[in-house]
Design a protein around this ligand. Structure first.
Ligand SMILES: Cc1cc2nc3c(=O)[nH]c(=O)nc-3n(C[C@H](O)[C@H](O)[C@H](O)COP(=O)(O)OP(=O)(O)OC[C@H]3O[C@@H](n4cnc5c(N)ncnc54)[C@H](O)[C@@H]3O)c2cc1C
Length: 408
């Protein structure tokens, strides 16, 4: 029977980074990575905005706060060393309404507590960088260390580095079943694979795999779809930096923003929206819809709305319907009033967030969750900024797993 000291289920940025850190830290060189798809990067890690976040949003003490800054520094250095595309363009956050101005102070405080560089700017400084941008309060927050990468090139290069260093990758494993009591996986062709330790990094499917290990039974995934538009090349204004609204810190979405890509001639995307998805991998139309899951999730969302838990009604009012072009344009105009329907077109890019819902506490989880199981760790709620933070998050997961992993 084939066996491996370490098995990593899921070859997105989190799974790849765990493999990378296991090798770098010389914990093991017997690693098999298993993915259900014919190639890597087909889900969140290849479909995100590519922003290397600078650590402004996260509550000090949260896992996100612990790993974002260090992860961003390390991933940026890794990208630079390999000469992969990187746009060191920084980011500006502007209040869309005057009453949101005080949120800038919260972000400054959180950012500084997390070790991030931040500056408060006036409207003139903002206009020097983005002449068309608007701030409703006359102030803006500048984050010089935010950068943008091309996520799919990062994933592909990391995969290449790992296979060069001996990591075996099994693709097309669509029906893997876990037998935790035997420390085995049954692969799609019926082969049994024994493992010493397993990392579940399956993103949008992570709760389902965790449940097979008897882990995290009261968590379920509530997928939110992110559509992107983009500024047409013919549009006369093309922001050179990220332009974000002040976010609603009660929900884990940052609001529709402008992001210049890491291409030689940057393409500016507008998005992503955050609309409940009909299926975990339902990227287009009726493809891969899961009616039972969608119905159950609509029930959850309706309850959140009725009880207004975490100020959920504000999310519904401001973000739930931004997939409708007129509302998206209105949100974009809060940042750049000159945006008109003729300036934008729908982008090919679309992603779905692996957002976790806690059924016991009846709330959307905001932080990463890394739950221990039998000879295993289950990475749940690997939402933004898990891409940015991946190397540092991998170290944190490994530190937690090391006592059991050492005995594998
Ligand atoms: C629209 C959007 C924008 C975002 N923007 C940013 C951003 O700008 N910056 C940032 O830091 N983060 C961003 N994020 C978040 C970021 O993309 C994720 O946090 C990160 O990619 C999570 O990586 P992952 O490895 O956990 O998941 P994934 O990339 O989804 O990888 C999971 C892998 O597991 C595989 N898999 C699933 N089920 C199974 C199974 N049963 N068996 C085997 N394999 C399986 C999948 O095929 C996939 O390859 C964004 C996310 C979205 C959706």
């Amino acid at each position: 029977m084939p066996s491996s000291e370490v098995v990593i289920l899921g070859g997105g940025m989190v799974g790849l980074s765990i493999a990378h850190q296991i090798l770098d830290r010389k914990i093991s060189n017997d690693i098999i990575l298993i993915d259900k798809e014919p190639e890597l990067g087909l889900h969140s890690s290849g479909r995100n905005s590519g922003v290397l976040h600078a650590g402004l949003y996260y509550k000090p003490g949260s896992l996100k706060a612990k790993v974002c800054l260090d992860g961003a520094r390390r991933l940026r250095r890794w990208v630079e060393e390999r000469d992969l595309p990187l746009n060191p363009c920084g980011k500006v956050i502007v209040p869309q309404r005057p009453e949101l101005d005080s949120q800038l102070e919260v972000l400054v405080e959180r950012g500084r507590a997390n070790g991030a560089k931040v500056e408060l700017w006036d409207a003139n400084q903002l206009r020097e960088l983005i002449p068309e941008a608007r701030t409703a309060s006359g102030r803006a927050l500048w984050s010089p260390n935010t950068a943008v990468v091309k996520p799919i090139s990062v994933v592909r290069r990391l995969r290449q580095d790992l296979t060069d260093r001996g990591v075996k990758i099994l693709y097309n494993q669509k029906r893997v079943k876990a037998r935790p009591e035997k420390q085995q996986l049954v692969l799609s062709d019926g082969t049994h694979l024994s493992f010493g330790y397993l990392f579940n990094c399956t993103g949008l499917q992570a709760d389902r795999i965790a449940h097979q290990f008897g882990v995290g039974d009261h968590y379920t995934l509530l997928p939110f779809k992110g559509l992107y538009w983009q500024l047409k090349a013919s549009c006369s204004f093309q922001p050179r930096t990220n332009l974000y609204p002040v976010p609603d810190l009660n929900v884990p979405f940052l609001g529709v923003h402008f992001t210049p890509s890491a291409d030689a001639t940057p393409l500016v995307s507008i998005g992503p929206t955050a609309t409940p998805a009909w299926g975990r991998e339902s990227y287009r139309g009726f493809q891969a819809i899961e009616p039972a899951m969608a119905a159950a999730n609509l029930g959850v969302l309706a309850r959140q709305y009725l009880t207004n838990r975490g100020g959920f009604r504000r999310y519904v009012r401001e973000q739930a319907f931004l997939a409708l072009p007129p509302l998206l344009i209105r949100a974009a105009q809060e940042l750049i009033p000159a945006v008109r329907p003729e300036h934008i077109e729908l982008s090919q890019k679309v992603g779905i967030r692996s957002q976790l819902f806690n059924r016991q506490m009846e709330r959307l989880e905001d932080d990463f969750l890394c739950l221990p199981g039998p000879c295993s760790t289950h990475v749940l709620n690997a939402i933004s900024p898990a891409f940015t933070a991946s190397f540092a998050l991998a170290d944190l997961i490994l530190d937690q797993a090391l006592p059991s992993l050492g005995q594998a």
